[in-house]
Design a protein around this ligand. Structure first.
Ligand code: 13P
Ligand code: SF4
Length: 371
């Protein structure tokens, strides 16, 4: 049977110059290290936990989306190369100063879940909500996995941004200031957060953005709701099912199961723990030597954990779904080398002035609640 070489396929369609596509990993690594030496403190490479191992190894910092945004806000480096996906690099650009430049080495690395909430659809929903419950104060909360204009919407309407590591705190912040929370775009993180805060099921409404009227809800459902959640999802995390958890426990009775809160609520409920990618890394790190751990998140993080903790048995939870974020996987050594060697020619991340200010407001509120 012919083996498919994903790396080679990805590079075939990558529009970087041919010479960069042909270089070996060793040559690319050496060229990246050479640029790091040349640029010294002018350059910082940030890497998200889902990046391939060889990319993470070259980074100055690795982290979850919250930690990386916080680090970006405090850097002095002129050049920030963000190995992650577009919304993360955009948040770094919003939080960094005007004399800093943020690059996304592979500009095609997006997030399909972030794309499920478009500003026009969110404004359409907002207008309907305001008309139906004019006397309620609704606090909009944007997941970090959104484009800048959706974060700006929250900045403008007394809301904020959150990540999977601070969503419960953000919801509490919202309830101190309003009657209802309007959260987008991840239904599962929204529901898991509402469950953590003990919000009753009948007070959670899901807004289906494909529906014309009230996101498919009755007026009474919306009036009674404390949390209104956008019906978006991550195709990586929704591959995990309660059966995966049960099968894993049958096969390995001592297994510890940790999942990301973008997984469906039944998976989160059956797991031993859930949290952001940084939480998962800490969970594996703190588990005693000899532990068996199954992880419900992106495969590259699981692979790195298995590699870094050979004294523990670390596995991906489903065993067969190949939970890979192809967008995170897009960034190759080839892209990073090409980006660092051609900084003057490559377009950096830019956020239009009119949304820069409001989106920074919403991101800063998130950073403030964690202080
Ligand atoms: P974290 O904020 O936990 O790093 O997650 C980001 C993400 O995109 C998960 O799919
Ligand atoms: Fe987006 Fe899911 Fe990839 Fe995270 S894992 S970046 S939510 S597609």
């Amino acid at each position: 049977m012919t083996e498919i070489n994903i790396q080679a396929m990805a590079l075939t369609f990558n529009p970087i110059p041919a010479n960069y596509r042909k270089m070996s990993d060793d040559e690319l690594t050496e060229r990246i290290n050479q640029k790091k030496r040349e640029l010294g403190e002018k350059l910082v490479i940030l890497t998200h936990h889902y990046q391939r191992r060889k990319i993470v190894a070259l980074g100055d910092y690795k982290g979850d989306s919250y930690a990386l945004s916080k680090i970006a806000a405090g850097l002095d480096a002129e050049i920030i190369a963000f190995c992650g996906v577009h919304f993360m690099a955009e948040a770094a650009e919003i939080l960094s100063s005007d004399d800093q430049t943020v690059y996304l080495p592979n500009p095609l690395a997006g997030c399909p879940m972030a794309d499920m909430a478009a500003i026009a659809n969110v404004m359409y929903a907002w207008d309907q909500l305001k008309e139906l419950v004019p006397d309620s104060k609704i606090i909009p909360i944007a997941y970090m996995n959104t484009a800048a204009d959706l974060k700006a919407f929250c900045g403008k309407h007394d809301g904020l941004v959150c990540t999977s590591s601070n969503a419960p705190g953000a919801f509490e912040w919202g309830f101190e200031r309003g009657d209802k929370i309007f959260f987008y775009p991840d239904e599962h993180l929204g529901r898991n957060t509402a469950n953590k805060l003990g919000i009753a099921r009948d007070q959670i409404a899901v807004w289906d953005f494909r529906k014309r009227k009230l996101g498919g809800n009755s007026p009474d459902k919306i009036k009674n709701a404390k949390v209104i959640i956008w019906k978006g999802y991550c195709h990586v995390h929704t591959t995990f099912t309660p059966d995966h958890v049960r099968m894993m426990r049958e096969r390995f009775p001592d297994v510890r199961i940790v999942v990301h809160p973008e997984c469906p609520e039944q998976v989160v409920e059956l797991a031993d723990a859930n949290g952001s990618t940084a939480f998962i890394v800490k969970y594996v790190d703190e588990a005693p030597s000899g532990s068996t751990i199954a992880i419900g998140t992106e495969i590259n993080l699981v692979d790195r954990m298995a590699h870094e903790y050979p004294d523990k048995k670390v596995m991906e939870l489903s065993g067969n779904t190949c939970a890979m974020c192809v967008n995170m996987y897009r960034t190759t050594l080839n892209d990073l080398a090409w980006c660092l060697e051609n900084l003057d020619d490559i377009k950096s991340i830019e956020v239009r002035q009119e949304i820069q200010e409001d989106s920074r407001k919403a991101l800063s509120r998130m950073l403030d609640i964690a202080k």
